[in-house]
Write a protein that binds this ligand. Structure first.
Ligand SMILES: Nc1ncnc2c1ncn2[C@@H]1O[C@H](COP(=O)(O)OP(=O)(O)O)[C@@H](O)[C@H]1O
Ligand SMILES: [Mg+2]
Length: 257
């Protein structure tokens, strides 16, 4: 199923994920409700690198978790790769995530007793996919693009933070997910390792045609993205296509990010 969205130029682009009226209220009925999302409508175009920015507590992680099927919205709908997530039961949702969604977290979440290569192949193993010629070719390509070819036999503890996060990105990409979500992927990295990781996310969009959605509160990280969504107090405040740095600063300062 392929979704299309009209663009300003009248052409259409594929949409990797769509949310309509997305609402998330924590502690509903407790008298101490937190309105994390207050009716978010968003279309995330396929084959692009989108950054979600906004102040701490504005709802960035909640939005990402609802879009990724990791969290249930209180109201509203989410479609990923043309599939309405609210129609899936828990088992189907787990399978859907495994087959179509990639994740990169702030803490790299690699298994310490597996080599880098084994960590990267784990999603395929978990999905019960045989590692045949096609899977092997994809593995080699991802590892090559991410500059990890001479690191696949290393344990995570033998790699730098930046290399570990590259392994986590390779793991997210190996099954060719419809969309990759990264929540503050550079939050635990120094600035050199951060630019390394951001370069590789950028690469995965440009050279592998992936769709990447990255939550960040860092302007320097967002500068790598094609599109920037600004979220403030649970609402989309701005959606900028190819913003210049000045436009981004203006949009964020308006929201006191
Ligand atoms: N599990 C939870 N229970 C209660 N409140 C939560 C929970 N998760 C997030 N929140 C609240 O929802 C709001 C949005 O949080 P979050 O999406 O994590 O923001 P961000 O990622 O932009 O920092 C915040 O006020 C936060 O405290
Ligand atoms: Mg967050």
């Amino acid at each position: 199923m392929i979704e299309t969205t009209p663009t300003a130029t009248g052409t259409t682009t594929r949409t990797a994920a769509t949310a309509r009226g997305l609402t998330k209220t924590y502690g509903a009925g407790s008298g101490a409700e937190v309105h994390a999302l207050r009716g978010v409508d968003v279309d995330l175009p396929a084959g692009r690198f989108t950054a979600i920015m906004g102040p701490s507590g504005s709802g960035k992680s909640t939005l990402m978790h609802c879009l990724a099927g990791l969290d249930q919205p209180t109201a509203g709908s989410v479609e990923v790769a043309g599939v309405a997530l609210q129609q899936l039961d828990d088992t189907a949702l787990t399978k859907f995530r495994r087959d179509h969604v990639g994740f990169v977290f702030q803490s790299f979440n690699l298994l310490p007793m597996l080599t880098a290569g084994q960590n990267i192949l784990l999603p395929l193993e978990l999905a019960g996919r045989k590692i045949g010629r096609e899977e092997r070719a994809r593995f080699e390509m991802v590892v090559g693009v991410l500059g990890l070819a001479d690191r696949t036999g290393h344990l995570p503890s033998q790699l730098s933070g930046g290399q570990q996060q590259r392994v986590a990105i390779a793991r997210a990409l190996v099954a060719q997910p419809a969309i990759v979500f990264a929540d503050e992927p550079t939050g635990n990295l120094d600035s050199a390792a951060s630019s390394e990781v951001l370069d590789f996310l950028r690469h995965s969009v440009r050279e592998l045609g992936q769709t990447v959605v990255m939550v960040t509160h860092e302007l320097d990280a967002a500068a790598y993205a094609d599109d920037v969504i600004v979220i403030a107090d649970g609402r989309i405040a701005d959606h900028l296509a190819n913003p210049t740095r000045d436009q981004l600063v203006a949009a964020l300062s308006k929201r006191a990010a």
